[in-house]
Design a binder for this molecule. Structure first.
Ligand SMILES: O=C(O)CCC(=O)C(=O)O
Ligand SMILES: [Fe+2]
Length: 624
């Protein structure tokens, strides 16, 4: 259910509508979701009674009482989902309620009104049901069978017939006769609740024809809030500078040709990726925007006013960096040490660096004028298959297949701007590695991310085994916050609980600094290694430790403010294994360009040359 402030506005009917779900061309009967869990066979089990105080029930009643229209969406029933070469194959099967297949994974039906809400007994508990009636009774519904008769004209409809309404002799409350099998009191507080003549009803119940066939007379006061087919494109003023990167512009549109909802997959706009055919052809609709360039003043509140040396973060819960204003002058160098795992070097830029020729200010403008091929890719795992990342990406150099599978172009095809950025990132990588005493491997891959308003990248690592130990990122445009935290399993010493089952204990627990029960875990590990305890008792003791606390995410260990022109280098063999990072920009346009060393043995031999490059003197960065 989509609800807000006590009202239900939208309702999705997907996998399991509960017993006695019903759908025809004008009526939908389904359970009101929630209060359920799944048993080992995947069947829904009510966890507790769903009464009139339940939030979802209150919202449906709110919409009924306030005569709000509710938009219904019908999910496709899926038989199979499999990963095949990065694509999800979904085989739809007939919708159980309709007995035929529907075209898309999610299908917007129409506006409906709530006509009835009641309670039914399910096992020893009870849950709420709702009956929706389509608002527009004049037109045939698109999900109706092709050969079904057209709906009766409104003038010829019967708005009089109603189900019987009977007062309970036990509790005096009134209930409708919903089932043909007999009348039941539907008040869960009544001793006669869910009984037909003092006895439990039969397992199979049939809806009474009057309950299914009755229709509410047209009521012009029940009005939808929004169009179900919003015409976003006509409301966007393309010539206004920040419209194309605004939040509304990446919410997706309804294809004006075939009516499919299409996502903003491309930096410049939309392409209808309809996989169903329109008169034998794929829908050809596409719309690319002018993308008026955004100036730095538009994304940086304090552009040209920033002091040369920015204050360092002072959150006492996070690691405080070492400050060094000399080594990489004119950059300020901040170093964060993650005990035994690695270090993060933050090169804090300033106006002098940013405004130099070919510096960050120029690069920000040039990245916008170039057609880099930025795209949003599918997340590998998401609640809803096919969900796109909340950022655009394009990869140059060696293929980098982490988080999203990005098709990579060789550096020989990279625009000048990208090579100049690569020069900067190579410089920063070398400086950071040398100053921490490691050996420098020049990057062979560069991923560019572009963030529109309200986009971000959630917690992830950049890859454990396929990457070298050093990753360098260059920030352009809007300010952002980068957070680094220990991964759940290293923090807790176990994987997450899955369903009802306990998580799996770490086979080899590194006992990182600041993990949960650090002292106890270290002692146990020591005892195991010294042969004082057996593996079995080691595991038992660790399980016992887990009982004392609920698994939780680690708090942020490092928080960095990334400003326009800054560079960050993460260095450490196991940094990506034990820690994860996320970045949230604060304004409408930001680019992050990250260079890594992808181990050649993780790449198809044919693609290795993609990562080769030689920088011209103009592209080599001198640190000024
Ligand atoms: O936006 C950023 O600064 C970080 C990007 C990042 O984490 C990545 O490309 O993996
Ligand atoms: Fe990353």
């Amino acid at each position: 259910m989509y609800h807000n402030e006590g009202f239900c506005y939208g309702f999705l009917i997907d996998a399991d509508g509960g017993e006695r779900s019903y759908l025809d061309e004008e009526i939908l009967i389904t359970r009101i979701g929630g209060c359920c869990t799944k048993d080992s066979e995947g069947n829904l089990i009510l966890k507790k009674d769903q009464d009139a105080g339940n939030t979802l029930v209150k919202c449906v009643l709110g919409s009924q009482n306030s005569k709000l229209a509710v938009g219904l969406v019908l999910g496709k029933q899926l038989r199979n989902t499999a990963w095949c070469g990065g694509l999800t194959i979904t085989i739809g099967q007939n919708n159980k309620l309709l007995n035929r297949d529907v075209p898309h994974r999610y299908n917007v039906m129409d506006w409906f009104r709530v006509t009835n809400v009641w309670f039914e007994k399910v096992g020893e508990k009870y849950s709420a049901k709702v009956r929706f009636e389509k608002l527009n009774l004049a037109n045939k519904s698109w999900w109706g069978a092709k050969d079904s008769p057209l709906p009766l004209p409104i003038e010829e409809r019967d708005f009089e017939t109603k189900p019987e309404c009977i007062k309970c002799s036990s509790c005096s409350s009134e209930s409708l006769r919903i089932f043909e099998d007999g009348w039941m009191c539907l008040d869960p507080d009544c001793p006669d609740f869910w009984k037909i003549e003092n006895a439990s009803p039969p397992a199979e119940l049939t809806y009474h024809p009057d309950f299914l066939n009755c229709r509410s007379p047209p009521d012009p006061t029940v009005q939808p809030f929004y169009s179900l087919v919003p015409d976003l494109l006509s409301t966007l003023d393309e010539s206004a500078p920040d419209v194309s990167t605004s939040r509304i512009a990446w919410k997706g549109i309804v294809c004006p040709k075939c009516k499919k909802c299409i996502r903003r997959t491309f930096w410049h706009g939309w392409k209808c990726d309809d996989d169903s055919l329109l008169d034998g052809e794929h829908c050809p609709f596409e719309k690319f925007m002018k993308m008026t360039p955004i100036s730095l003043c538009d994304v940086l509140d304090d552009f040209k006013l920033t002091p040369i040396k920015r204050a360092i973060p002072s959150d006492p819960k996070c690691i405080i960096p070492e400050i060094d204003d000399v080594s990489f002058f004119p950059y300020r160098k901040l170093t964060y040490k993650l005990g035994g795992v690695g270090s993060i070097t933050h090169f804090v830029s300033n106006q002098e660096v940013n405004s130099r020729k070919n510096g960050p200010d120029d690069l920000f403008v040039r990245l916008q004028s170039e057609d880099l091929g930025l795209k949003r890719f599918r997340l590998k795992s998401s609640l809803v298959a096919g969900t796109l990342t909340s950022h655009f990406a394009v990869n140059f150099g060696m293929p980098y297949k982490y988080v999203v599978s990005v098709d990579s172009k060789g550096f020989d095809e990279a625009p000048e701007t990208i090579l100049q950025v690569l020069g900067r990132l190579s410089w920063a990588t070398e400086k950071a590695v040398m100053s921490s005493g490691g050996s420098y491997l020049p990057p062979n891959e560069l991923l560019t991310l572009g963030y529109f308003e309200k986009m971000k990248i959630g917690f992830h690592d950049d890859g454990e085994s396929s990457l070298g130990p050093t990753i360098a990122t260059f920030s352009l445009g809007a300010k952002a916050t980068m957070s680094i935290r220990m991964k759940y399993k290293y923090f807790n010493g176990t994987t997450r609980r899955a369903g009802g089952a306990a998580g799996t204990l770490l086979q080899d627990d590194p006992v990182l600094k600041d993990c949960i029960s650090e002292g106890e875990r270290r002692k146990l590990k020591h005892d195991l290694e010294a042969g004082v305890i057996t593996r079995e008792s080691y595991d038992l003791s660790r399980r016992a430790l887990l009982k004392d606390h609920k698994g939780r995410e680690a708090t942020t260990a490092i928080k960095m403010e990334l400003n326009h022109g800054d560079l960050v280098v993460m260095h450490g063999e196991n940094l990506q294994k034990y820690y994860e990072h996320s970045v949230t920009p604060e304004n409408k346009l930001r680019f992050a360009l990250t260079a890594r060393y992808v181990k050649p043995d993780h790449v198809n031999a044919k693609e290795i040359q993609k990562g080769e490059f030689t920088l011209t003197p103009d592209q080599i960065y001198d640190g000024k």
